[in-house]
Design a binder for this molecule. Structure first.
Ligand SMILES: [Zn+2]
Length: 315
């Protein structure tokens, strides 16, 4: 069994590919994720998998990482906050159609496994992966295994509250890490700053249109040396570091891997976050683990979904 069919289903994109045991991704396909109708997501998945040419190849199974709360044991996608796909037994549906083993997990868990086996976390034992996109997802690996918790809901690092009374999170809480340090939070801060500073580079890059101002433009401006944008990223890094310090104090991992769109900010985000983390970690700053960006880019999820298949099929 030397190949897995793998899929990464996020709120924005649905990716499908064929991955070998060494982590080489072949025949990658990418589609916009249908937003409102779960049946459309399923039909698209069928179509994409059937388009793969796996004739003559040994397929160990199908692995999927989905952006939401997933019951791994039963293969049920219970809740997806950013597109409509709730309470769907994806494992049953795909097993019936393709007659092979199917494993479904949360996308950040898949990314954690991908980075651990094929990426920045190779050779580590205890790894925490944070996906820094619109929101913040998390995957925890302890002693070489994914830690899923009692009800498959562990690792929701983005929903750790770090400031009661803070901004409202998509989950309904106030002051969660995601609401303060996620991509959507940076978009909002960027708009506030651009509104106040009409002569700023951020506002100019948005061609004077406030609705075009977002976190990606902040990164772009900061990389061009814009002081205002750099300050915004530093503030953002400070909040992220509070989350990182909490993770280190609870789990004491070897490594924290950051993936997702915000990795574009490179050291402008990472360095201040690391500096503050060092100050906040309990008792001894020598206990600070390595904090790095992922090595797999947007393929972390799909490679992780494949790793899930290979990991489960040897059990
Ligand atoms: Zn939340």
């Amino acid at each position: 069994m030397n190949y897995a069919i793998a899929s990464d289903i996020g709120a924005t994109n649905l990716r499908v590919g064929l991955v070998d045991t060494k982590g080489v991704l072949e025949q990658k396909q990418e589609y916009p994720t249908p937003q409102n109708d779960p049946n459309e997501v399923i039909s698209l998945l069928y179509k994409a998998i059937e388009r793969l040419d796996f004739n003559g190849k040994n397929i160990a199974g199908i692995g999927l990482g989905v952006g939401g709360l997933v019951n791994f044991e039963q293969g049920i996608v219970e809740y997806t906050p950013n597109f409509s796909f709730n309470n769907i037994n994806l494992k049953d549906i795909l097993t019936k159609r393709f007659k092979m083993p199917v494993y479904v997990d949360n996308d950040a868990n898949a990314a954690a496994l991908g980075e651990k086996i094929y990426g920045a976390g190779k050779g580590t034992k205890n790894l925490v992966c944070l996906t820094l996109g619109t929101g913040i997802g998390g995957g925890i690996i302890i002693n070489d295994s994914l830690y899923r918790g009692t009800t498959s809901a562990a690792g929701e690092i983005g929903h750790m509250t770090i400031q009661t009374g803070g901004p409202l999170c998509g989950c309904g809480n106030d002051g969660d890490l995601e609401a303060l340090a996620g991509g959507r939070a940076l978009d909002k801060e960027a708009r506030e700053v651009a509104q106040k500073h009409k002569d700023s580079l951020i506002f100019r890059l948005a061609e004077g249109k406030i609705e075009r101002v977002n976190g990606a433009l902040v990164t772009k401006a900061a990389l061009q040396g814009d002081e205002l944008s750099n300050e915004l990223l530093k503030e953002h890094a400070k909040l992220l570091a509070v989350g990182l310090a909490n993770i280190v104090n609870i789990l004491d991992p070897d490594i924290i891997v950051l993936t997702g769109g915000m990795a574009e900010a490179g050291n402008l985000l990472l360095q201040p976050a690391k500096d503050i983390l060092k100050k906040r970690v309990f008792a001894d700053s020598t206990r600070v683990p390595k904090v790095v960006y992922g090595a797999l880019g947007p393929d972390a999820g799909i490679l992780g979904a494949a790793a899930l298949v290979f990991e489960q099929s040897v059990k």
